[in-house]
Design a protein around this ligand. Structure first.
Ligand code: URA
Ligand code: SF4
Length: 473
C-alpha cells in the first residue's frame, strides 16, 4: 500500500513532523510515501489516523536539522528528511554525517536556507504607508526558498511597535498590533524599482488590508484594471519609459558637466532589483558593487562612489548628506571643511572615527560647475531614495545599535520623514530599518550659519548629540 501526504503552505514544519511521526510509528518505509499529495500515478491512501505501535528514535539533532531543511524549496525535501528519519530509526549507517551522501545533501540544504534567511533580513526594503494611527510599513520580497515563515520573527522583534507586512509570492506575513500571522501570497508588484513612493504606497495600501481587496481577485485583475485610473501610469515600466527617464537623468546630470564617455556609461543604468543570486553577501561585496552603481544620474559627473569607512562592527553609525568636493576626489567621507568640524567634535566627545561607521546618505557628489569650482547641490528626494539602497545595505551588515543622522538628507533617508529639522534635532526616532536614529545638525549647516550666537548654539547641540550617541546603551 502507498500513502499520500498533502502539506499546507503555512505551518509546514509542524505538519510534516506530525505526518512523519505517524508514518514511522506504523513503520511505513520511505518508498511508500508520496509527499507531493498523491500527484503520482500509483493509487494512494491517506496516512492512518492514529499512531501505530512503533516507538521511533528521533535524536534532537535531527529535529533541529529538519526544522531548517523544511524551508528549502526543493520538492524532495520532505522525502529526504523522512529517509533520514527512517535510517536513524533503523540504525542504517549515519544518515546525518558528512560522510553520508544524504547527510551532505541535507547540510547543503540547511546552509542554503540559512543564507536565504540572512538575505531576507538584509534586503527587505520597507516602505512607509500613509496612516492616521500606528506607523505602517510594507515590503515586497522574493526569497530564494520558503523562508518568510522562519525569517519573520526577526522583523517582529525589530518592528515590535509598528504594523508591517512582507508580501512574497507564496505567503504574506502580517504583523498587526503585535501579532504575527501568515496569509496567502501577494500579487507581484508590476512596478519598476524606482517607481515613485506614492505608487508603491498605493500598491501596498491596497494589499495591506485584506478586507478591502481580496488578494486572489487582485492577483487575477492586476495590473491592467488596477493601474488604469492612476495618475502615475506613466511610471509603469517599459523600455521606452525607462529610456525617457534615463534621458532625463542625463539632462539633470549635464548641469554638472559629464565626463567624456558618461553617455555610454549611463546605458548601464539598472532600474530593476538585482536577482537574488547577485545580491552582495558581505559589506566588502556591497562596497565593490556600489562602485558600479548607475541607479541615478549623480554617477554621471562625480568622480567616484564614496563608500563609508570605519569599523564594520561599529555600534554607532554616522550618516551625512553626500560627499563634497574633497571627498569626491579622495574617495573618503568627511575629510573636507565639514568633515574637520565633525571630526573635531567627535574627538571632543571621545569618539574615535575608527570605532564608528562613517558614511553618507548619498554616495556621489552632486554639484554645479562654476568656473573651476564645483558648487555643492543638495540631492533631491529621488536621488536620496535611489541611494537608500546602499545605505540599507550598510545598515544590514553593520547593524549598529544607534544611527546618528547628520542633517535633513540623512534624516529623510533613514526615517522616510522630511519634517523640519528644528523640531527633530536631539530626538531619537525609529528608522526604516527598525533601529533608533538620533537626529542632529549637519556640520555644514553649522559652518553656513552667519550669526555667531546661533552658530555657537548649534555647535553645542552637535557636541551634546555626539555625547548622547557615545553613551547610548
Ligand atoms: N558632508 C557630508 O555630508 N559628507 C561628507 O562626506 C562631507 C561633507
Ligand atoms: Fe548610485 Fe547613489 Fe551614486 Fe546615485 S548617488 S548613482 S544611487 S551610488
Amino acid at each position: 500500500m502507498s500513502f499520500a501526504v498533502t502539506l499546507p503552505d503555512q505551518g509546514q514544519f509542524a505538519a510534516w513532523r506530525q505526518a512523519a511521526r505517524l508514518a514511522i510509528s506504523h513503520r511505513i518505509p520511505p518508498g511508500k510515501i508520496d509527499w507531493a499529495g498523491g500527484a503520482g500515478l500509483f493509487a494512494t491512501d491517506p496516512l492512518p489516523d492514529s499512531p501505530g505501535p512503533h516507538q521511533a528514535r528521533v535524536p534532537e539533532q535531527f529535529v533541529k536539522l529538519a526544522g531548517s531543511v523544511i524551508w528549502h524549496s526543493a520538492p524532495e525535501r520532505f522525502a529526504l528528511l523522512y529517509q533520514a528519519l527512517w535510517r536513524l530509526d533503523a540504525r542504517e549507517g549515519e544518515p546525518l554525517s558528512q560522510t553520508d551522501p544524504l547527510g551532505r545533501r541535507l547540510t547543503l540544504m540547511t546552509k542554503a536556507v540559512g543564507r536565504d534567511i540572512h538575505k531576507m533580513h538584509a534586503f527587505v526594503r520597507f516602505r512607509e504607508l500613509p496612516s492616521d494611527g500606528r506607523r505602517r510599513f510594507a515590503a515586497w520580497f522574493e526569497p530564494g526558498h520558503n523562508t518568510l515563515e522562519p525569517g519573520s520573527s526577526f522583523f517582529a522583534k525589530r518592528f515590535a511597535d509598528m504594523d508591517w507586512m512582507i508580501a512574497t509570492p507564496r505567503l504574506t506575513a502580517r504583523f498587526e498590533a503585535g501579532q504575527l500571522a501568515f496569509h496567502p501570497g501577494g500579487a507581484r508588484p508590476d512596478l519598476p524599482e524606482d517607481a515613485s513612493e506614492s505608487l508603491w504606497a498605493t500598491y501596498f495600501a491596497n494589499i495591506f488590508n485584506p478586507a478591502r481587496v481580496k488578494l486572489d481577485a487582485m492577483r487575477s485583475e492586476m495590473p491592467k484594471k488596477y493601474w488604469k485610473n492612476l495618475p502615475e501610469t506613466r511610471l509603469i515600466p517599459d523600455m521606452l519609459k525607462d529610456a525617457e527617464a534615463r534621458v532625463q537623468r542625463m539632462r539633470e546630470a549635464a548641469a554638472s558637466a559629464p565626463r567624456p564617455g558618461a553617455a555610454a556609461v549611463s546605458t548601464r543604468y539598472r532600474a530593476t532589483m538585482p536577482a537574488a543570486q547577485d545580491l552582495p553577501e558581505t559589506l566588502a561585496a556591497a562596497q565593490h558593487a556600489a562602485q558600479q552603481c548607475r541607479r541615478c544620474g549623480l554617477c554621471e559627473a562625480a568622480t567616484r562612489t564614496v563608500w563609508g569607512e570605519g569599523s564594520a562592527t561599529a555600534r554607532l553609525m554616522l550618516v551625512g548628506e553626500q560627499p563634497g568636493d574633497r571627498e569626491d576626489l579622495a574617495g573618503r567621507p568627511f575629510i573636507g571643511p565639514a568633515g574637520q568640524l565633525l571630526r573635531h567634535s567627535m574627538a571632543a566627545a571621545g569618539l574615535d572615527p575608527a570605532s564608528v561607521w562613517l558614511t553618507n546618505a548619498v554616495k556621489h557628489f552632486k554639484f554645479s560647475p562654476r568656473g573651476k569650482q564645483r558648487l555643492h547641490q543638495t540631492p533631491d528626494r529621488q536621488e536620496i531614495l535611489h541611494c537608500r539602497w546602499w545605505l540599507g545595505l550598510e545598515l544590514s551588515f553593520i547593524r549598529p545599535d544607534l544611527v546618528l543622522a547628520l542633517g535633513a538628507t540623512a534624516a529623510l533617508a533613514l526615517t522616510g520623514r522630511d519634517d523640519p529639522m528644528t523640531a527633530r534635532r536631539g530626538q531619537i526616532e525609529t528608522g526604516l530599518h527598525g533601529g533608533p536614529v538620533l537626529i542632529t545638525w549637519h556640520p555644514s549647516a553649522i559652518l553656513r550659519q552667519r550669526d555667531p550666537g546661533a552658530r555657537a548654539r548649534m555647535t553645542e547641540d552637535l557636541a551634546a548629540d555626539l555625547a548622547t550617541a557615545r553613551h547610548h546603551p
